[in-house]
Write a protein that binds this ligand. Sequence first.
Ligand code: SF4
Ligand code: SF4
Ligand code: SF4
Length: 756
Amino acid sequence: MYAYTHDAQTGGLLLNNSTSIFSKEPRPVYYRELDILGFDKHYNYVKQDELPYMWAEANCYWYRGLKVAKTKGGTLYTAPELEFILDANNERILPDGETLLSVDIATMVEKNRELLEVIEQVTVKRIFDAYKRYHNKLDIFHVAFSGGKDSVVLLELVKKALPRSGFVVVFGDTGMEFPDTYDVINKTEEQCRADEIEFYRASSHLRPEESWRIFGPPSRVLRWCCSVHKSAPQTLKLREVLGKNDFIGMDFVGVRAHESATRADYDYENYGKKQKGQYSHNPILEWTSAEVWLYIYMNSLVINETYKKGNSRAGCLFCPMGGGKSDSLRNLSYSAEIQKYTDIIRETIDDKKIDTYITNGGWVGRKNGRDVKNNVSRYQEEIIDGCLFITVTKPSTDWGEWIKTLGELTFEYTVEKIKNDYIVKMPASVDKTPQGKLIKQVFRKASYCVSCRVCEANCRNGCITFKKGLHIENCVQCGQCHNIDCGCLVYHSMQLPKNGGRVMKSLNTFADHAPKPDWVRLFFEQQNKFFADNTLGPMQISMFKRFLSDASLISKNSVTEFTSLITRIGWDTEQAWGLILVQLAYNNPQFRWYIEKLPIGSNYSRKIVEAMLTAIDISEKDSKSIVKAFKRLCDLPLGTKLNFGVVTEKSKQIETLSRCKSTLTDNRVVLYALYKFAEACEGYYQFTLTRLLDHAIEAVGISPTQIFGFDRDDMEKILLGLTVKYPDFINATFTHDLDKITLRDDKTSEDVLGLF
Ligand code: SF4
Ligand code: SF4
Ligand code: SF4
């Protein structure tokens, strides 16, 4: 809430009355972190665990109001390097040999007490208000306790706001927690018992050592573990406590907006966003980490020892969402525990990939089951002579149970049993329809289900049980057990790519000659004359022609009607580049890869992107070209006007890459992208916004939301605007839970271009 400064007097932080717009998320630094980073070779300090010596803001270290050092680099197996900050005379700001003073916590707390009390009062009132508004309507209020600093503060505030019998505490034990977290959990559970507050631990019946082997290691896009080890066990635990399957509760969560850009968009309260059918309330949403730490010190709350070892977050020990320096510090403190997971990666992933996977962090980029050892597909789809055939081998559950989750089908299907396997046959026309999607999911579940209980947790009617094998009773076909990636998380994580794992050899389409802004400008100025009169070298012109051709700007060395349209709109406008991007998304595999593999808003280090590419057998040289091309493409109006992406550089070398949300304001471009999507999906003219936002579905069509990074709110506005303005092309409805987009099947994407 409030901004802060570093206080030279106490060596601590000092809040001030101005509002914090951007928090650098400071955290206290104890002696063990100083030792790990090598400060002990330069300074003297007492090796005590009670009081911190410095504060860290990302990779910068502050001592008594001065920025004295920063760290550089660090991977799982390499420690970050320490760099000291120098003054104008090239001397260290903090000279060697100094004896460090610990932070004067008591004085720091006193100096901040007044503002902390204001923040506390506001937050306690907010919690109480939520309770007052809902306590007659909901079945339960629960605090999501993780053992991290934010949840410790959250629990203290809820305790101050609510009666002890008014809420329960639930620790979702993933089994992958930092070892130090369990100490906080034990102490908190004991305290809750003394305070007569119910405290529950929820965990999956599967241990991570089992699930990692069954599902394959998790990755950034295959986060099955969040459902299997976190949300499903918590839902099942609360059902058990309440004896009610369709309970509605409010989860108090310690999410803070300053933690990440994604969380900055969170609201204080929401229904169904975190967990379907449940409320969640984020009371400390606007707190900064400075306030969290000061509040912990003011109230002498328990501190997870992991922070004292230099870890900025608690949570799961080896998470695909981590990386870089954080991995390195974790590995230095918990190498044996981390080795448990790297050993599973070694055991389950194809040997040839291991170094890329572990040392370079490539494991976080796994997209499917292609690199998993001995992974033979047990579910296959094929269209032959107008029929869709699904072959299921060694099914683990009875399809006859799963099929109960579908209502009446509008088509006929047959299931031919061949020993333990079977072949399902249905008309090919159902392939892309909603019922087609569901029946495929039924057979994926039948093939791969390992009773992870996520489907059971999704069923608020309590129809699914795995107690004595799978049984589904009294199903009302609400579809919630199908609201899971690909219908089954094991299938999603282990599925083999549609091309059977064949490598896309042509991914590097521009070699080291991706287009430059000057080439593009000259092309539009000179049009056909450009090819007779330019200064490009033979490789450059060849690669540029590839770009122009894939962008539909030339055909057989001559400009196209599309070029005339783009010239008329203004070749360097965001509309023009929106349309060009859509062409490239469909015609150029390199663009398609950026769009599909680099989700908007995620920041990837160069090394990770290169590892993601080498993991699909792209050569190291080509991987580097593909990374470099990304920067060149961002320098075009594609980046400068449409905001396609950004890179950060250090000493002229790319450090990070990210795709960004588009600045597109012309909704006709989205309409064009929708028609391209429908046409690529073989006439899929009616679909839902939920489908468009589900980027995990493999399809030939690319959702405009994936191309431009628009979220549900943006899309609803865009689609409703298009419905009003172009009723001959589109009709979208989002009322009373209806989510339907209908395009006119007598119109085409070419017709949309006629609207410009
Ligand atoms: S490891 Fe990461 S992705 Fe998996 S449950 Fe933990 S937080 Fe979620
Ligand atoms: S979630 Fe819905 S469709 Fe699935 S078993 Fe339960 S009631 Fe049936
Ligand atoms: S079908 Fe559902 S319960 Fe079974 S393994 Fe897949 S996600 Fe888990």
